[in-house]
Design a binder for this molecule. Structure first.
Ligand SMILES: Nc1ccn([C@@H]2O[C@H](COP(=O)(O)OP(=O)(O)OP(=O)(O)O)[C@@H](O)[C@H]2O)c(=O)n1
Ligand SMILES: C[C@](O)(CO)[C@H](O)COP(=O)(O)O
Length: 235
């Protein structure tokens, strides 16, 4: 399949898959859980490659090499599997270290749990970096009403000013490695790579996200994701 974008930049990715999936509660690590017979990590890796990624490092739980190698066998891009860390942030840092590419390569960080990310969304964060953004993340408007807890109760929040953040998140490889090292040295913990970039003063550019890039977190998410995949496969 031809990548859905074109750029002169090398495009590489860290696919974080080292989580246990405690909220899903499956018998295997979440990234090995199957949607319509295909492991989440395999679907995610294929979406990255279809979106133009040329090299993938996958972070996995320690001691799980064999099942992950089997799940990822035959991927149409160079692939390396490395042990992840105890947090997502640490897994990303270890994955970035294992990539073999120049500092100016475009790097994507993607959750294996967002297995149905459309290749066009992958391409759109790459293009944002190629067009000059320091960091790029996909976002969606928030659909629930939101309240913020206060000392005396709670207050309503204007949701029109809020966005939910997805992956893949993109930057230049050298800059993202430096930002993660900065966070590690200072003991700073944040929830995503855009926030790591902001710790070192990089501007974050927002691109439109997609509902199919939902994160499989709970058993109900698995039902929704299965339905999306089956709908895609319907002739
Ligand atoms: N130490 C960790 C924790 C998470 N992840 C990855 O980061 C992504 C987002 O994390 P999440 O979906 O919250 O996964 P888990 O941490 O496994 O979920 P839970 O909190 O339910 O255990 C997942 O693809 C997960 O595999 C990782 O590589 N290393
Ligand atoms: C990176 C992320 O998916 C963006 O929404 C999210 O922050 C991961 O959070 P989690 O705590 O690992 O579920």
């Amino acid at each position: 399949m031809t990548p859905v974008h074109s750029t002169d930049q090398p495009v590489v990715a860290v696919l974080v898959a080292a989580g246990s999936g405690s909220r899903l509660g499956a018998a295997v690590p979440k990234a090995l859980v199957e949607l319509a017979g295909v492991p989440l990590v395999r679907l995610s890796a294929e979406a990255l490659v279809a979106g133009g990624v040329q090299q993938v490092v996958v972070t996995i739980p320690g001691g799980m090499d064999a099942p992950f190698e089997q799940a990822l066998a035959g991927l149409r891009a160079p692939l390396r599997i490395v042990a992840g860390g105890s947090t997502r942030q640490e897994s990303v840092r270890l994955g970035l270290k294992a990539l073999n590419a120049s500092d100016d390569a475009v790097v994507l960080v993607h959750d294996a749990a967002r297995a149905l990310v459309p290749p066009a969304l992958v391409a759109s964060v790459v293009e944002a970096i190629a067009d000059g953004a320091a960091a790029a993340v996909p976002v969606l408007p928030v659909t629930d009403s939101i309240r913020q807890l206060t000392a005396s109760g709670s207050v309503v929040v204007d949701r029109s000013a809020l966005r939910a953040v997805q992956t893949p998140q993109a930057a230049r490889l050298g800059a993202l490695r430096d930002a993660h090292e900065h966070a590690r040295v200072r003991g700073l913990e944040v929830t995503d790579d855009a926030a790591v970039c902001e710790l070192v003063g990089l501007d974050v550019t927002l691109v439109p996200g997609h509902s199919d890039a939902m994160k499989v977190t709970t058993p109900a998410d698995l039902v929704v994701a299965t339905a999306i995949l089956e709908e895609r496969r319907r002739p």
